[in-house]
Design a protein around this ligand. Sequence first.
Ligand code: SF4
Ligand code: SF4
Length: 333
Amino acid sequence: MSYKESIIENNKSKKDIINFEKASFFLNDRGIKKIPSELRKPKLNFNNEPNLLRRITWRLKEDSQYFRNVVQISFALLVIWIGIEFYLFIKWGESGGSFPYFGRPAGVEGFLPISALISLKYWFQTGIINEIHPSGLIIFVAIVATGLLLKKSFCSWLCPVGYISEALWMFGKKLFGKNISVNKFLDYPLRSLKYLLLAFFVWAIFWTMDTEALKAFIYSPYNKVADIKMYYFFENISQFALWTIIILVLLSVVIKNFWCRYLCPYGGLLGVLSWLSPIKIKRAESNCVNCDLCTKACPNTIKVHKVKTVWSDECTRCLECVQACPVKKTLEF
Ligand code: SF4
Ligand code: SF4
């Protein structure tokens, strides 16, 4: 019996990868395929490079997930830095000026998306950029632009909440051996929740607020200190809010990206914009060996191996699938 025959014989019912290292055969219910040697991706061992700097540079170039983690960590550190600066600014304000002065970091306005949405409509209607929280509008527009160009990349590359969500489900997988996969009959209605929340905000701002109402909100005492109120909300967090966060954290440990997939309206907005994005993951059917590794790697349970182009609004362009694909020029964006 040939090696290939023995693979088929021993794995008749198994949908699995067979001895990729040795022969690059792939067997599943759609038959067996072999990767042509010229299309086989080389296996890289970064530890073979003794020079640390060269090793890091090489890995940043070749390992998209390593590069993504570096970007995520850098952005998380930036957010922590903004948080510390903002904390020191508030302590200066509370001390009546006796504490050393720290300026308010503009980046904190990135956490005021509703104010930014109101500023956006005001800008469209009057041509005036909100003078109270201008950075909030600029950050919002920049994130929307990334959605138009690079799908939901913001979620998997920059968003600190996305980073925490990813860390939580990975922790859950380590702890329990796997994450819970939500039945599609429950998954679809749950996924629509973030769009309902988004629709509510869009309706409340774009349909019900005229220019006067927008201006009144922007220059209201509440909006002027909205970032400080947000700080006090977390400093004096209520039992209800605390338990809500704890429950969301626990759900995120057992279900991949629970918050991002089901509840985040920002993600919903980027998901809608992602359909317009020209940069999508594409699968070259002629090269594909049907190993399904791409689908298994996808944290958003997208059936990458079944489509020619990934249109899904859940695709965060994390590139896990591209990295997992063992065949050159097969999954690309
Ligand atoms: S399809 Fe690929 S890029 Fe999109 S979320 Fe899944 S693994 Fe990431
Ligand atoms: S596209 Fe997916 S199924 Fe096809 S070879 Fe690559 S990883 Fe395997």
